[in-house]
Design a protein around this ligand. Structure first.
Ligand SMILES: [Zn+2]
Length: 207
């Protein structure tokens, strides 16, 4: 058995003597006054996509939720996906974040699984989860997108769909319409570390 405990403790000690030591007062403030993040980020569980790194943030800045393929289910496909929805409800109604950011990413395994048909015939939980995006996949297939572009197009379309699904929840729709909340779609390229941001027409531009 590999010594994961040693590896984790080594990282932990580096953290406590470094960043955590420098940010002592920030950590104390966050426990005395509580968290007041203005940003919620929904991103993939993928180990290569870390919102705190990408946006260079501190503890207390981002309320994060990670799941396979950064999917927000719609109100009609709830199933047993309450974990994602509980995080969104808490962020919007209790923390009153000002923006919910959905990050899609390059080489997403969940999206690839959906393209490969896992969402149609899997008895496992990953297949059941990504089947939420079967409709997105079917929509793209009708557009005859070249095979080599399908992965990226589906990653982008998945972000668009998650933003649409967010608006199917009354508490999100009300917060957006009252000006309390903005929704932002983004995509992160791991190979080039490029962030693309979606405009209100659904087009992505690199920054
Ligand atoms: Zn992913």
């Amino acid at each position: 058995m590999k010594n994961w405990k040693e590896r984790l403790l080594l990282g932990y000690r580096t953290f406590t003597s470094g960043k955590a030591n420098v940010q002592q007062s920030l950590y104390k403030d966050l426990i005395v006054n509580g968290q007041k993040p203005k940003i919620m980020v929904i991103c993939c569980s993928d180990s290569r996509v870390n919102p705190s790194d990408i946006f260079h943030t501190n503890p207390g800045d981002i309320f994060e939720h990670q799941n396979v393929a950064n999917i927000v289910p719609g109100v009609d496909s709830l199933g047993s996906s309450y974990g994602t929805l509980a995080a969104i409800e808490y962020a919007v109604t209790v923390l009153k974040v000002e923006v919910v950011v959905v990050i899609g990413h390059e080489a997403c395994g969940g999206i690839k699984g959906c393209i490969d048909g896992m969402g149609y015939n899997s008895s496992g939980y990953v297949g059941k989860w990504i089947s939420i995006f079967n409709e997105v996949h079917e929509r793209l297939l009708k557009l005859n997108i070249p095979k080599e572009k399908l992965q990226l197009e589906m990653e982008l379309e998945g972000v668009r769909q998650s933003l649409k699904n967010l608006m199917t929840f009354n508490f999100v729709e009300e917060a957006v319409n009252s000006g309390q909340l903005e929704l932002l779609g983004t995509h992160f390229s791991i190979s080039t570390r490029t962030l693309s941001i979606m405009d209100n027409k659904g087009e992505f531009s690199s920054f």
